[in-house]
Design a protein around this ligand. Structure first.
Ligand SMILES: [Fe+2]
Ligand SMILES: [Fe+2]
Length: 195
């Protein structure tokens, strides 16, 4: 996917983002942006904010564990103790720190979307849900069952989100990984809704 500056609502500098992310992650980011806009258009969200959150969601992904921990320490987005032990999720709070400090983002909905895109959170808002879902169903991902989830996201967004949280938790259990309460609580909330 190639994207021209004039096709964007967001004022972000794409070259700067590409430089930080590297070519491959930038491509993933563009796939997430495309998926996010498709969901957001149907849901009537502020597309500029969705774009900004999508473009910056993985902005900290190239940083190493030490850098990530240093970034989030004493920040507005300090992770809890369990998150600090689940290293693959740390680029999310660190990404919110970079979005604030490097890109001057102040909108809490955008920052929250970056902050919780890995674990999810039961109280997260609409834009955060869009980014969480888009990161999972983006066109650069392939695995069994994903097409059914893509269809469900289109049919009923919240029900699709429930499938995503369930898939992630099942996968983490199979890998014998820790499950963060944010993810579990998010799934429980979506499950209750579908009763
Ligand atoms: Fe990520
Ligand atoms: Fe991502």
């Amino acid at each position: 996917m190639y994207l021209k500056k004039e096709e964007l609502n967001s004022d972000l500098d794409l070259e700067q983002i590409k430089k930080i992310l590297g070519r491959e992650r930038f491509q993933h980011t563009l796939s997430v942006l495309k998926a996010a806009l498709k969901i957001a258009e149907k849901q009537n969200f502020n597309l500029k904010n969705v774009e900004t959150a999508a473009l910056l969601h993985d902005i900290a992904k190239s940083k190493n564990e030490r850098e990530l921990k240093d970034m989030v320490k004493n920040s507005n987005w300090e992770p809890d103790r369990l998150e600090l032990e689940i290293t693959p999720v740390l680029h999310a709070p660190a990404g919110a720190v970079m979005a604030e400090n490097i890109f001057g983002i102040t909108d809490p909905e955008i920052l929250e979307a970056i902050r919780f895109h890995t674990l999810g959170h039961p109280e997260m808002g609409g834009i955060a849900k869009v980014i969480y879902a888009a990161d999972f169903i983006s066109e650069d991902r392939y695995f069994d069952g994903l097409d059914e989830i893509r269809i469900e996201i289109e049919r009923d967004f919240e029900s699709g989100l429930y499938l995503i949280t369930s898939h992630i938790i099942k996968y983490q259990l199979e890998q014998d990984n820790m499950i963060h309460p944010y993810s579990n609580d998010f799934r429980n909330k979506l499950l209750k809704r579908s009763d």
